[in-house]
Design a protein around this ligand. Structure first.
Ligand code: AMP
Ligand code: MG
Length: 317
């Protein structure tokens, strides 16, 4: 890792930890869902988490570019001064610094400059899972040109080994690591060594609209996979593949015109690569992050332990 990347990963880890803390505090209070006009749901925690993460990026890497899911305009339209003031106070608490309402809005909308690294931020990936009490992830990926070079995922409700509530991070050439999200020592993780289809475990989205389960079930049958398939929300799927809890994550497209979002994949793809796995689209092409917020040149996503990648491409082709 270059000195700049080491420093960026350190910032990303601190940001994801503080943002995850904020999310769990909002969840404990009873999650405040805000209407998002028939699209994906959004909560106060999405905005608070984004303010925490972009606040740290703008303070420590003001020149780097940022791609992030939320914008302050919607928060302004769907909250009153009291709610915004509470949220600013929560951001101040988890970051240990001051945060006025103006700071809150400015941090949410921080777009950065033209730096070499691009930060792809999903303040709550899997908001539906977050609302259901299921998996969600706070995701920060670091992109250099078309490629993810490092990623950090906060998964407060995911267990890896004996660690409940995990911070998972890594990247190609860096390795992959898990730490307790509350703080503690890091240990190295690797993808599973299972190559026999009879033992291959599959992950897909809970939301049918994010990846047609019928396509996954056909692929499982065609490849003769016998390890079972589980539906979980968010990039916790990438974390599970990286830690050897499953061999493959399949994300078929549900609509021909759907393009995957950079912040839904940058962190997870970097971590799986760091753990020794492989990530491509369903045509076997590398994920191409060069177009900004959307992966214009890819069809769906396939993340595996590497050993079963070609088999999965064959049955999904
Ligand atoms: P997951 O929890 O894996 O189902 O993915 C959650 C993410 O799916 C959200 O952050 C959205 O950006 C993304 N998403 C929204 N609509 C779609 C869609 N039609 N197809 C695929 N992903 C979508
Ligand atoms: Mg997302």
């Amino acid at each position: 890792m270059t000195t700049d990347l080491i420093a960026a990963v350190d910032t990303a880890k601190r940001a994801v930890r503080a943002a995850s803390r904020l999310c769990m505090q909002v969840a404990d209070r009873g999650t405040a869902r805000l209407e998002k006009g028939g699209r994906e749901p959004v909560t106060l925690a999405d905005y608070g988490s984004q303010a925490v993460i972009l606040g740290l990026i703008s303070a420590e890497f003001p020149g780097h570019a940022v791609l992030a899911e939320e914008g302050a305009a919607h928060l302004l339209d769907h909250s009153d001064g009291g709610i915004r003031s509470d949220l600013a106070a929560l951001v101040a608490t988890v970051t240990g610094g001051a945060c006025t309402i103006d700071d809150l809005l400015a941090r949410i909308d921080h777009a950065g400059g033209e730096g070499l690294l691009v930060w792809a931020v999903d303040p709550i990936d899997g908001t539906k899972g977050f609302l259901r009490g299921d998996q969600f992830a706070v995701a920060v990926g670091l992109l250099e040109g078309a490629r993810p070079v490092a990623g950090v995922l906060g998964c407060p409700r995911l267990s890896i080994g004996e660690t409940s509530g995990v911070l998972v991070w890594g990247g190609p050439g860096v390795g992959a690591f898990v730490e307790p999200i509350a703080g503690g020592d890091a240990r190295s993780i690797r993808v599973s060594e299972v190559a026999d289809p009879a033992g291959v475990r599959v992950l897909g989205s809970v939301e049918t609209s994010h990846g047609d389960p019928a396509i996954i079930e056909r692929a499982v049958a065609a490849a003769g996979l016998g390890g079972g398939w589980m539906r979980i929300d968010s990039q916790a799927k990438y974390a599970a593949v990286a830690a050897g809890l499953a061999e493959t994550y399949i994300r078929p497209r549900n609509r021909k015109d759907w393009r995957e979002r950079a912040w839904d994949h940058a962190a997870g793809a970097a971590i799986v690569a760091g753990a020794g796995g492989r990530v491509t689209d369903l045509d076997g092409r590398d994920l191409d992050f060069s177009a900004g917020a959307t992966l214009e040149n890819n069809r769906g996503v396939l993340a595996t332990n590497g050993l079963v990648h070609d088999l999965m491409l064959e049955v999904l082709g």
